[in-house]
Design a protein around this ligand. Structure first.
Ligand SMILES: [Zn+2]
Length: 275
């Protein structure tokens, strides 16, 4: 699933091309992909985007007259790209905009299940729709993180992934961040001392910036992630084999030496089944 670094890199790459020309034709769109009816999609025709922006894992394309915002959430498998004029695109895109001159913004999603979403909204409605999101994880102040953690009874991995707390981090970057911070994914967020909070704030910032930088160079998961998906591969800090544990439907990757004091955690889903 694309998370903050992936969506931010995409946002930066789309900012200029989506605003280069007005929209000539809006559509077609898959019935399940477009989540709004009013205003109709054709309301975009003749308008121009001011550029691309991001909020958490969502992309925003505001019209330059301030009247409309197109919001795109790629979910786990959506792919959004700009196709130059003349380049052949997919026959059945989940969503498409054609710009004057022929370039296209195309959303595709493989498989029958359409989960990616597109919303066309007035700016104030877009604001309402995004109001449940916590502060953006990129550029988060250490003092804000300390406030968010205060009294928090959840474990760090789930806490970081909750978009209402902090917007932009999913399971892959939670793994990367907690490893960089040398913190256990199961530590309670509210129990971090000042030193732990400092390490976490620093890791959130450094890892998200590292991710954006590498994604802007179009590097693959294999070259971007150092912990996520790296079961049994040597930790890049201490060479201990990366371990994996399933917890609440999620698979967490961590280094037992760097993060959990040498302990390999029991698989809770498994231990529950064995009771
Ligand atoms: Zn390690």
């Amino acid at each position: 699933m694309p998370e903050l670094p992936e969506v931010e890199a995409l946002c930066r790459s789309l900012d200029e091309p989506v605003s280069a020309a007005p929209i000539e034709h809006a559509g077609p769109t898959h019935l399940a992909t477009l989540k709004t009816v009013e205003p109709p999609l054709r309301a975009l025709e003749g308008r121009r985007f001011a550029g691309a922006a991001r909020r958490g894992k969502r992309l925003l394309f505001p019209s330059d007259d301030g009247k409309l915002v197109l919001v795109v959430h790629l979910m786990s498998a959506g792919r959004l790209r700009m196709l130059p004029a003349q380049k052949r695109g997919p026959t059945a895109p989940a969503f498409q905009l054609v710009f004057v001159g022929g370039s296209r913004l195309v959303l595709t999603e493989p498989g029958k299940r359409k989960r990616a979403g597109v919303w066309l909204l007035a700016p104030e409605l877009a604001e309402n729709q995004l109001a449940h999101l916590g502060p953006d994880a990129l550029g988060l102040e250490p003092a804000t993180l300390a406030l968010l953690c205060k009294g928090e009874r959840r474990r760090l991995h789930g806490f970081l992934r909750d978009q209402r707390v902090l917007a932009g981090i999913g399971r892959a970057w939670a793994n990367e961040i907690l490893h960089a911070a040398r913190l256990s994914p199961f530590a309670l967020a509210g129990n971090l001392d000042a030193e732990g909070l400092g390490r976490l704030a620093e890791a959130i910032d450094a890892e998200l910036r590292r991710g954006i930088n590498l994604r802007e160079q179009s590097l693959s998961n294999e070259d971007v992630y150092r912990v996520h998906g790296k079961l049994d591969q040597p930790c890049h800090v201490c060479a201990t084999s990366i371990a994996r544990i399933s917890f609440e439907e999620h698979t967490i990757y961590y280094c037992p030496r760097c993060q959990t004091g040498g302990r390999k955690l029991a698989d809770r889903r498994l231990s529950r089944l064995l009771k």
